[in-house]
Design a protein around this ligand. Structure first.
Ligand code: CP
Length: 308
């Protein structure tokens, strides 16, 4: 089997289409395990995976833990709040300390763009970016690609609309890279204040009216919209955002028949997605979460293969 080109998974930007397909194929193989009574394989016996999370997470953190355990690796979990990071220890010092315990994989979530890249240059073990602020969230994109493939069986020419707080959603940038590499047509939807400058370089369509952005879409990818200190000027009011951009049943009816609705994280019902559409989409969102385990097993397995 073709392995990955790097010891680390830092972003989708640096992966080729071939590498993306290798990961998706491996995930499909691991997916079959989920249906078995015994879900474990010995592929990573003797290896150790460490989660190093400086930000809250449910899906990514738990699915990496389960993925490691289902591959028979040892697993440890470090959070900023309960580790020496809370005393002011630097990210690099904490990572090197963890690595000194003979860890093979560091799975890192951090608010700083480039945090995982910085660590990858300083440690020998494999670093996996589990979301670095506004930059990239490669495994979320792999989960989204895998779920789209399971349901649509194609990427070429697929019309995908992306909605959310784009400048702060790492999944947006990773999804643009991933979907474009696979041949999909991407439309970024949102008010002009949420369209990142320099978006032209990605060769995506931009729609500032949701009706234009989702008309005929085969897939709608959503991410959470909330008011934070960082975006207060770009989203002055959630009520206004919801009025113009919330995915309601009436707006969803403009998309292609049976369009897929995916959401990358915790939903803000009534803001980016109406409660009715959230309930309609829920079975697919559950499938997306379940797929997260198989995809992260594939990433760990392939990176281990690259090292050996
Ligand atoms: N999609 C995602 O990153 O979700 P979590 O924040 O729950 O990990």
């Amino acid at each position: 089997m073709v392995a990955l080109q790097s010891k680390d998974l830092l972003g989708i930007q640096s992966l080729s289409e071939g590498e993306l397909r290798v990961i998706l194929d491996a995930a499909a193989n691991f997916q079959t395990l989920a249906a078995r009574p015994v879900k474990k394989v010995p592929a990573l016996r003797g290896k150790t995976v460490a989660n190093l999370f400086y930000e809250p997470s449910t899906r990514t953190r738990l699915s990496f833990e389960l993925a490691a355990k289902r591959l028979s690796a040892d697993f440890i979990n470090i959070t900023a709040a309960t580790s020496s990071a809370a005393t002011g220890e630097t990210l690099t010092d904490t990572a090197k300390t963890v690595e000194a315990m003979q860890v093979d994989f560091l799975v890192v979530r951090h608010s700083m763009a480039g945090a995982a890249h910085q660590l990858a240059r300083q440690v020998e073990c494999s670093v996996i970016n589990a979301g670095d602020g506004p930059h990239e969230h490669p495994t979320q994109t792999l989960v989204d690609l895998f779920t789209i493939w399971e349901n649509e069986k194609r990427f070429e020419g697929l019309k995908v609309a992306i909605l959310g707080d784009h400048p702060r959603s790492p999944a947006t940038i990773s999804n643009i890279y991933g979907l474009k590499k696979m041949g999909a047509e991407v439309t970024l939807v949102g008010p002009s204040t949420l369209i990142p400058p320099g978006v032209d370089q990605f060769r995506v369509r931009v729609a500032t009216r949701i009706e234009d952005g989702i008309a005929g879409a085969d897939v709608i990818l959503l991410s959470r919209v909330e008011i934070t200190d960082a975006n207060r000027l770009q989203i002055p009011s959630l009520r206004e955002y919801a009025r113009f951009y919330c995915l309601t049943p009436r707006r969803l009816a403009l998309a292609a028949d049976d369009a897929l609705v995916l959401h990358s994280g915790s939903m803000n019902r009534g803001v980016e997605i109406s409660p009715e559409v959230a309930d309609y989409a829920f079975p697919l969102l559950v499938q997306q979460v379940t797929n997260g385990i198989a995809v992260r097993m594939a990433v760990l397995y392939l990176l281990a293969g690259e090292r050996e």
